[in-house]
Each structure stands twice: as C-alpha cells, then as structure tokens.
Design a protein. Structure first.
Length: 430
C-alpha cells in the first residue's frame, strides 16, 4: 500500500507529519510523493490564517481527484477547529484533530473496511499530556526539528491556535534526550527545538522544569554540533537560558522573538503581554547577555482598529530595533477569535499597502545585518545544492551560498564575500 503525506503550516506540523510517516512505514506502507497516485493521502492542515484553511481544502480535493478510490485522511489544526467543514468535503474518509495521531494508521485501515468517516475529535481543552510519538527514521533534511511542547494558553485576540491545540503539554525531559540521541545517531548535526508555545515548556510538569532543562538534556548528547530554538516570547527568556547560550558554543546565537506590533494600543488590543518599552528593554538585555546574537521577529500589519498613526508608530519602533530578519504578515480574519468580531476591520487595500511599506523596512534591516558580516569568517551547516551552488545557515541564521565543493549535512568555515540573493556569498577557508 502506498501513502502520501503533505504538511501545511509551521515546523511543529512538519515534525508531526514525519512522526505519522514513521507510523505508516512501521506498518509496511510505502511512502510516495504527494503528487503520485497513492492508496492513502494524509493532509496535515494549518488554521493559523484563513488562507491556510483554503489551501487545506484545495489540497484535500486535489488528492481525491488524483485517486477517487483512495482513503483521504485529514488531521491538524483546521480539522480540530472545523471538523464538520472537513467531513463535508467529498472523498474525506478519516478526520483527526491535533490528538490521536498515534492511531492514524488504525483509523485509515478501519476506513478501508467500513463505510462512513472514521476518526475522532477530542476535547482539546481537556488534553493534559504530550502526545509522544517517536520518530521512526531520518527525515530528508540536514537540520532536525524536535517537538518538545504542544498547546498555548496566551489567547492572543487574533489567534485560533489555543482552541486548536489546547493547554500547554510538555515532553518529559528524558524523552527529549532519547529523541535527540536518535537524531544525532541518524547523522544530524543540528537540532531545532520546536513547540506551539516553546517558552512555556515544563509548566505542566512537576519539579519546576523549564526550557533550560530541555536544552541541557539535548546538549548532553555526544556528537551534537548545534542546538537552535524555535520561536519564543521575549518575556519568557530566563537567566538560566542566557547562561546556557553563553556557556556552550553549540547553542546558536539566534532567537526568534515575535513583536507582532510596534504600537502600544495595537499590542493591548492583540492581548499581548508587554508594551513597546518593555519589549525594547528585553531586546537590549538579550543583546547584552548574548553578544552578537541575531534576533528575528514577526510583525502583523492591519490589525482591526490599526490607524495610520498606529502603523507609523510601528515603523518608527522597528526602525530602532536591530532585527536581523522580519516576517511580515497581513492580519488574517479567524472566525471564533475576538479580533474577528470587531467592526473596525482594516480594508484589504490598506493592509496590502502597509505590508509593502513594512516589508521594505524589513528588507533594508536584513541587508544592513548581512553587510555587517562581509569579510568575517563564519561556520556554516550546508543544506541543499542546485546547479552547482550549495547553501546553508550560520549559527545566527544567515543564509550562505557558495560554489565551492562542500557536502550537504556538513559544517564548514567560510569567509563572507558579498551580499547574494536573500543572504551572502562566501568561500571556504578550511
């Protein structure tokens, strides 16, 4: 039997798809590309934006057209928050949310022999334990993502994810180490810790366990070359974590700290738990604690009620920050969230124009950051090769390109020559 899997959305979703792929392999299924004819199609959906919902529906219908006899199984955030919408799509035979994926093969095989739509949508708000599904074998990447946390209890006013993922659930520290050992044994040089609310890791575990404890577990694995963190809230950075980053050169000097808005009024409306002055102080503290750190961020433009003055305040604030990279998004209406119910929605044309202006600032900031490394030597983990050019990342998340003879999956010292594409061009020095 052939199974094809695809992922929409975040790195957490990508990791979860890889664990489900392993479950199918254990049961003897052959994994094929998603555009191939398969007996089973698994779509791991995203619901962080309305565009994610739409893309999910399109991919479900495409899979059914590819093979009308196939079992189409849909899981993930969109399936969790809108299961009836999924069940109404022609060809869907299995619907799971963000739990019970450990049993996806059982549900698929039940669907092969029984009529109706199989699967279950659990009350995610009552979920209390981390769904620990070990990886089966090596994903086809050079950096490995390791999910250690699920769920979020922040309830930002624009975000559906707490309703899709439920409360914070953490992987036991010994299980974190076990998976890290497996990934290093597979040959991965870098592990990226991921979670829906990564900074909240350990809150649900006994013994005052924190994210720093999970990091120590991974750093204790012999053979690991790099550890990187996924997205964190700036207010959750601890002295313990800073001490680890400073003490261990394998800990990447790169932190992704979402700002979301540079206006205090908009931040309050978003139900973010800081203002711009506090965020600026935190960033300054990070830069002092971790010299040379690269800080990336997220910005949402066009939130309901955002005036031109609010937006300009955001531009002015971002101008003062030393962001290495910015991800700029237009606000996306999510039914069921407080922001979606507001009557002061910003017109799409206005959002588009503001995104363009904020992105122009983001591009300039990134160029300034990259320029500051020209002439310097950096360590690069190379990842992909195409047409004789190989690219990879430094520990502070600069994309580096070279036409030197390098092996993907290996770390080299390079000297940065010039700006190139979305990063820099370099040559190996040893």
């Amino acid at each position: 039997m052939k199974v094809a899997l695809t992922t929409l959305g975040c790195k957490v979703n990508q990791f979860e798809t890889e664990t489900m792929e392993g479950l199918f392999k254990q049961r003897g299924y052959e994994v094929v590309p998603f555009d191939a004819c398969a007996d089973v199609y698994v779509i791991n959906t995203c619901s962080v934006t309305s565009l994610g919902d739409r893309k999910s529906r399109q991919i479900i219908r495409r899979a059914h057209r590819e093979n009308p006899q196939a079992i189409v199984a849909v899981c993930g955030c969109y399936a969790q928050v809108a299961p009836e919408e999924i069940r109404a799509i022609e060809g869907v035979r299995v619907v799971l949310g963000t739990k019970e994926r450990a049993h996806i093969v059982d549900y698929v095989e039940k669907a092969m022999h029984e009529d109706g739509i199989q699967g279950t949508i659990t009350d995610i708000m009552q979920a209390k334990t981390f769904e620990d599904i070990p990886l089966y074998d090596s994903p086809e990447r050079t950096r490995a993502f390791l999910k250690i946390e699920d769920g979020c209890q922040n309830f930002c006013s624009y975000c559906i994810i707490p309703y899709a993922r439920g409360p914070v659930k953490s992987r036991q520290p010994e299980h974190v180490r076990r998976e890290a050992e497996k990934l290093v044994a597979m040959g991965f040089k870098e592990i990226v810790l991921t979670g829906i609310h990564l900074g909240a890791y350990g809150r649900d575990l006994s013994g005052s366990i924190t994210l720093a404890d999970a990091c120590r577990e991974v750093l204790s694995v012999p053979g690991l070359k790099r550890l990187r963190l996924g997205s964190l809230e700036s207010i959750e950075l601890s002295p313990e974590l800073f001490a680890l980053i400073r003490a261990d050169e394998r800990f990447c000097a790169h932190l992704h700290l979402p700002l979301q808005a540079g206006s205090d009024k908009v931040l309050k409306d978003m139900n973010r738990h800081y203002d711009t002055a506090e965020f600026a102080r935190l960033i300054k503290h990070v830069e002092q604690e971790v010299p040379g750190v690269a800080i990336s961020t997220d910005i949402i433009v066009g939130f309901p009620g955002e005036t031109e003055e609010d937006f300009q305040q955001g531009l002015d604030f971002v101008e003062k920050m030393n962001f290495a990279r910015m991800h700029v998004f237009p606000y996306s209406h999510r039914t069921g969230t407080p922001a979606a119910a507001r009557k002061d929605q910003v017109e799409e044309a206005v959002k588009k124009e503001r995104v363009h202006r904020m992105q122009a600032l983001a591009d300039r900031k990134a160029e300034e950051f990259h320029k500051s490394f020209i002439g310097r030597e950096m360590r690069v983990l190379f990842e992909t090769e195409k047409d004789g050019i190989t690219d990879g990342l430094t520990d502070n998340y600069i994309r580096v390109y070279t036409d030197d003879a390098v092996d993907c999956g290996e770390i080299y010292t390079v000297k940065i020559d010039k700006l190139w594409r979305d990063g820099v061009w370099a040559h190996c020095v040893r």
